[in-house]
Design a protein around this ligand. Structure first.
Ligand code: DAK
Length: 257
């Protein structure tokens, strides 16, 4: 598959998508989002890939949805142009996705990073929901995921007053998993992706589903859901292998079945 706005490659068992609209600081227009979702879906279906990394450039992960594309929109065109359907495709990706973020992660760029399962940041990363400066508010999850991640006090400052979080602040507030110097953040994200890709594939998939259920379900339903997924894993060869390997003091070999 050839793409115009992204680059894709595989390193080990990590599928890597690089957003590549440098002149627009990787602004997320329809073409880019379509290609991104197609690439993630392709990696999701590829048995050689166990985990994915989405990254941008050192200067910008993504500076938001494409303002030039949205400038003349109306409520009706926004509602009917199915742009949100592209974003919703992320929820259907079963394998974990790590956002490797350097530079600007603003508006939709920040929302995209938060919609991934983990964030590895460079020391130069800046996270913001500055839509208020455009006379709007976040529309792809920013008010919800940011508040769940950093709490109401900080989220209100970001959404109402366009406050940016530095990488160090994002780490302190629990928005990101790890922060590294800009020279190595991507390599570290890929290393983490390969570590996860080396684990039991079905368990990884269900673990992601179980954690993400926190954002969608009340506790009682989430606990029931977790238990059903737990029971289900006892039907896999990897559960037999993992427990037998432990008992016999050897390393397990996962088959993903
Ligand atoms: N869209 C389009 N172009 C952008 C852009 C953006 N978001 N951000 C930057 N660019 C372009 C600039 O226009 C400029 O292009 P040229 O003028 O050279 O053609 C080029 O990238 C370089 O930008 P600057 O010259 O401005 O560079 P600076 O270093 O001076 O400033 C900046 C960098 C990131 C601070 C600045 O560009 C900036 O403030 N950008 C806008 C950030 C922003 O407001 N982002 C939020 C956008 S609204 C939804 C889905 C998504 C969304 C909502 C709903 N649904 C599906 C319902 C998301 C909305 C948003 O993200």
């Amino acid at each position: 598959m050839t793409y115009e706005n992204i680059l894709t490659r595989v390193e080990g068992r990590a599928g890597i998508v690089t957003l590549n609209r440098p002149k627009a600081l990787n602004a997320l227009n329809r073409e880019l989002m379509t290609e991104l979702m197609d690439a993630l879906a392709a990696f999701d279906g590829d048995p050689a890939v166990g985990c994915m990394v989405v990254t941008g450039s050192e200067r910008a992960f993504a500076a938001g949805a494409d303002i030039k594309e949205m400038a003349t929109a109306t409520p009706t065109t926004m509602m009917t142009n199915s742009f949100i359907d592209l974003w919703d495709r992320l929820r259907g990706v079963g394998k974990p996705i790590i956002a490797a973020v350097s530079g600007f992660a603003l508006g939709g760029g920040c929302e995209l990073a938060m919609a991934c399962d983990m964030i590895v940041a460079s020391e130069t990363a800046q996270f913001g929901q500055p839509e208020i400066n455009l006379g709007v508010i976040p529309g792809a999850g920013g008010t919800q995921r940011m508040t769940l991640a950093v709490g109401k006090a900080v989220a209100m400052e970001m959404v109402l007053n366009a406050r940016y979080l530095s990488a160090a602040e994002a780490l302190q507030h629990g928005l990101v998993n790890r922060v590294y110097p800009v020279e190595v953040y991507l390599e570290e994200a890929i290393r983490l992706a390969n570590e996860i890709a080396g684990r039991a594939p079905v368990a990884v998939r269900l673990a992601k589903e179980a954690v993400n259920a926190v954002f969608e379900m009340p506790l009682r339903a989430g606990l029931d859901h977790e238990r059903r997924l737990f029971y289900l894993l006892f039907g896999t060869a990897d559960q037999k292998e993992g427990m037998e390997a432990f008992v016999n003091k050897r390393r397990p070999t996962w088959t993903g079945s």
